[in-house]
Design a protein around this ligand. Sequence first.
Ligand SMILES: C[S@@+](CC[C@H](N)C(=O)[O-])C[C@H]1O[C@@H](n2cnc3c(N)ncnc32)[C@H](O)[C@@H]1O
Length: 215
Amino acid sequence: MKKAACLVIAFGSLLSLLAYGQSATASQSLDDRVREFLASQKDQWREENVTEADGRFLYDIILKHGYTRALEIGTSTGHSGIWQAWALSKTGGSLITVEIEEFRHLLAVRNFKASGLDGTIDARLADAHELVEELPGPFDFVFIDADKNWTLNYFKALLPKLAPGGCFAVHNVSSLGYMKGIRDFLDYVRSLDFIETTIDTSASGGISLSFRKKI
Ligand SMILES: C[S@@+](CC[C@H](N)C(=O)[O-])C[C@H]1O[C@@H](n2cnc3c(N)ncnc32)[C@H](O)[C@@H]1O
């Protein structure tokens, strides 16, 4: 993206955040604060962010399974991260989220703070190809929403760090199912007898959920 366009987007997002910041009060409960923040930003998620329905889907799955150690690849400006961190704030967990583009990472950090969820989120500015090798884990929820042709590599690097009962989720596997990276990932993961994979099509572009069996 051109630098000028990035600046315009960043400035617009900043103005909307500042406007929101003036109305947020310290006495609000976390739920109220997150709800209000999400409502204030409803039409502001323009950086390849997930839809509200997909955010809710991530929230529900984390709560349903009581996950506490989450990793997201592809923060962008933080929409999906906020939904995951909101659920993790209820399970007593936390989220590590990774973004390679600095201007998106910086906007995400502002959004996390404004939502009140910054204490639950460790936002990293890094190339996830390298960082996934370094992160110790274990993780019980992994959400891949970045360079889809690298999905199988992410899976292979993170599989040893995926806790029993944990879930490795990939966004848009149906809408991007034509990509070799997605096809190779789905073929590989389906060949493993200790992993159970389904694709949830209630999510807009299809989200694959690969659960590591507890055995
Ligand atoms: C679809 S967007 C993520 C949207 C985000 N999950 C949300 O809903 O707000 C994909 C993001 O992945 C980032 N990305 C791509 N390759 C990456 C890499 N190797 N490491 C870290 N982030 C990467 C892109 O810069 C982009 O911001």
